[in-house]
Design a protein around this ligand. Structure first.
Ligand SMILES: O=C(O)C(=O)C[C@]1(C(=O)O)C=C[C@@H](O)C=C1
Length: 312
């Protein structure tokens, strides 16, 4: 009997099982962003998940990119800016609240150490200071790894996810813990360079810029977006690590590489000698800012002039 071979997408994610990143991946599978059968591969860090794509171990990777409380996820951005180029093809934003989990039966006075991923610890520091003032934080390698640390007796409590606590049979000491109400984190799906998903009219484009070290080069680069009415959604600088005072710039904007304004801005940056690493254009669910201006009327006007037609 011949077995049918169903293609399976291998997607690496920042794990182990039960992280918010896995929940983000699951949401993308459920909402149709990903519409093929998926094999999930756990990776120990966001850069490790991205390297799995570079090494051909995975077809795509799902990694956190920005927290509304803690800002950019630096390991993700640094990996995307260096090594072999990868491209972002989708994004999802999840509300973030944490669960404090313990081994069943642990009384509050026995909680002396709390395992937490540093990004998570920063989001619950006030809660811990108020509710577990005697406890020391011990670093975990992810939110789910913090739960593993409690299972392995390496800490008395974990700052983790509700799913990771349940999966491991831990007791939920407190749920919905967050110092900042309404916190969220956005996660991206990344793969080898590809034609970006089609323009939807509500898109985001991301680049990494290396600029010549001369006065005004950053201002000139920013101006390429400003004069075309393009709304920037991220400007982040990071050292290139090649010498003191040398930086690269992460720029995200509203719009798609197929929007005339965005395409023209990228061309101008390239023409002016910037090192432009394109990180992709993808549909965004965030609707709090404007799309680049629609220039179809001007395009028709110019075409009319070129044809020798009358114009107004
Ligand atoms: O996915 C997870 O659970 C993570 O540990 C990652 C991560 C992040 O790096 O931002 C995701 C969401 C929370 O903001 C805290 C941690």
């Amino acid at each position: 009997m011949q077995r049918s071979l169903i293609p399976v997408l291998r997607i690496a994610y920042f794990g182990p099982a039960g992280t918010f990143t896995e929940a983000a991946l699951e949401s993308m599978e459920r909402n149709g962003t990903i519409n093929e059968p998926v094999t999930r591969i756990s990776a120990p860090s966001p850069p490790a998940a991205l390297d799995m794509v570079r090494n051909g171990v995975a077809d795509q990777a799902c990694v956190p990119i920005e927290s509304s409380v803690e800002g950019p996820v630096i390991p993700t951005l640094d990996s995307l800016a260096t090594h072999q180029r990868l491209q972002i093809v989708a994004e999802i934003e999840l509300p973030i609240t944490f669960t404090i989990a313990v081994r069943p039966g642990t009384p509050v006075e026995a909680i002396k150490t709390v395992a937490a991923y540093p990004v998570a610890a920063a989001q619950v520091a006030q809660w811990i200071a108020k509710n577990l003032p005697e406890a020391h934080i011990v670093a975990a390698t992810s939110n789910a790894a913090a739960a593993d640390d409690v299972c392995e007796n390496e800490a008395d409590a974990a700052v983790t996810t509700a799913i990771a606590a349940d999966q491991r049979g831990l007791q939920r000491f407190a749920d919905k813990v967050a110092d900042v109400e309404g916190a969220s984190t956005s996660f991206v799906l990344v793969q080898a360079p590809t034609a970006p998903p089609a323009r939807t009219g509500s898109d985001r484009t991301s680049i990494v810029l290396g600029l010549p070290n001369k006065p005004g080069s950053l201002a000139a680069a920013m101006n390429e977006f400003a004069l075309r009415g393009i709304d920037l959604t991220r400007i982040q600088s990071r050292p290139t690590r090649t010498g003191m005072g040398t930086y690269r710039f992460y720029i995200d904007c509203r719009g798609h590489i197929d929007d005339t304004a965005v395409g023209e801005a990228l061309k101008a940056l390239h023409r002016n000698g910037a090192d432009v690493r394109y990180l992709g254009s993808w549909p965004t669910t965030v609707t709090d800012a404007s799309s680049p201006p629609d220039d179809s009327a001007e395009t028709a006007w110019l075409a009319a002039l070129r044809q020798g037609e009358d114009h107004t």
